[in-house]
Write a protein that binds this ligand. Structure first.
Ligand SMILES: NC(=O)c1ccc[n+]([C@@H]2O[C@H](COP(=O)([O-])OP(=O)(O)OC[C@H]3O[C@@H](n4cnc5c(N)ncnc54)[C@H](OP(=O)(O)O)[C@@H]3O)[C@@H](O)[C@H]2O)c1
Length: 292
């Protein structure tokens, strides 16, 4: 039995879908407030709980062989990115779980102090590595599904809004491929006790994205490119009224200000370990929103 946290999220939903189409016993950790009908229809065992509640985590981990931690942080990274993962690891140990897959983030080891999420994920990685559990840590770049609404807006308006340096590179990863890799990590020997950078095959500059949209929808892009300083100014203004919101914008600021791409060697290691050919962003978008 697999336990998937964040089962209603972009990644978790795909993990549950793939597990169930392979007839694997799957427990989906969901909140009552979320839409989980599709997961239930696919035959997942629905566990309703809140990852902020240690008792829910304790119950969800009973009789589980594999845990795939793929939940997000909402607006509480201390409780969800950090504490919930520590509790999941502790319960994995208590229940003799065979393998633990943790979805971290590319660049987690660069010491970005402005992002609580990056710091939490780094601390969880260390805790997992020292836990004695069999583990795989996946450090993905940005998910391709994030671009679906941007592509849809582009299709309708031709407008593409992109903040910050246009030469910054990113290896946007197919969220479907990441789900496949997360599941395979539980079975492939060479993935045990390993950390993988996970990205798409191309390291794309931000300015490449509207070009991809342009090819997909056959229209000229209107690119709006405010500088990062504008974001910083707005953030500082917000901070005067709401210091907490200012703090939680730290992760977005980190993502906007830096490059998150994989080297060809990292992609080669990923593709050879998991026997997968990583899908390009263009192919992913064509499948979900493309016309041709
Ligand atoms: N998105 C990216 O580009 C990206 C890049 C690198 C790494 N990651 C990491 O990948 C993971 C998955 O990201 P994602 O984009 O798929 O996340 P997402 O779509 O934002 O989904 C977050 C999931 O966590 C669940 N969740 C939040 N608070 C919860 C709580 N208190 N109790 C139970 N469940 C809770 C949400 O449930 P509800 O449906 O109830 O809200 C949802 O299922 C995250 O760890 C993220 O940090 C993401």
């Amino acid at each position: 039995m697999y336990l998937v946290t964040g089962a209603t999220g972009s990644l978790g939903r795909r993990i549950v879908k793939q597990l169930r189409s392979d007839d694997q016993l799957t427990r989906a950790f969901v909140r009552l407030s979320s839409k989980f009908g599709e997961l239930s229809d696919r035959g997942a065992d629905i566990f309703i709980g809140d990852l902020k509640q240690e008792r829910d985590i304790e119950k969800a981990c009973r009789d589980i062989n594999y845990i795939i931690s793929s939940h997000g942080s909402g607006n509480d990274p201390q409780a969800l990115d950090y504490r919930a993962n520590i509790d999941l690891i502790d319960q994995a140990i208590a229940n003799n779980v065979e393998h633990f897959v943790f979805i971290s983030v590319l660049g987690v080891d660069r010491g970005y102090e402005d992002s609580v999420t990056f710091k939490a994920k780094r601390e969880v990685e260390k805790y997992l590595i020292n836990s004695g559990l069999s583990y795989t840590i996946l450090r993905p770049s940005g998910f391709a599904n994030n671009l679906i609404p941007l592509a849809e807006r582009f299709r309708d308006t031709g407008i593409y809004l992109s903040i910050g340096e246009q030469k910054n590179r990113s290896s946007i990863v197919s969220t479907d491929d990441l789900a496949t890799i997360a599941i395979a990590s539980c079975q492939i020997e060479a993935a045990k006790n390993q950390i993988f950078a996970v990205g798409g095959p191309d390291s794309l500059k931000r300015e490449d994205i509207p070009r991809i949209f342009s090819r997909l929808f056959d229209r000229e892009p209107i690119v709006i490119n405010p500088p990062l300083q504008l974001f910083d100014g707005l953030r500082a203004g917000v901070g005067l009224i709401n210091p907490q919101l200012n703090k939680s914008l730290g992760t977005l600021r980190t993502l906007l200000a830096h490059e998150f791409y994989c080297t060809p060697e990292e992609i080669f290691r990923l593709e050879s370990t998991f026997a997968i050919e990583m899908e390009s962003l263009e192919s992913f978008l064509r499948r979900y929103v493309g016309q041709s």
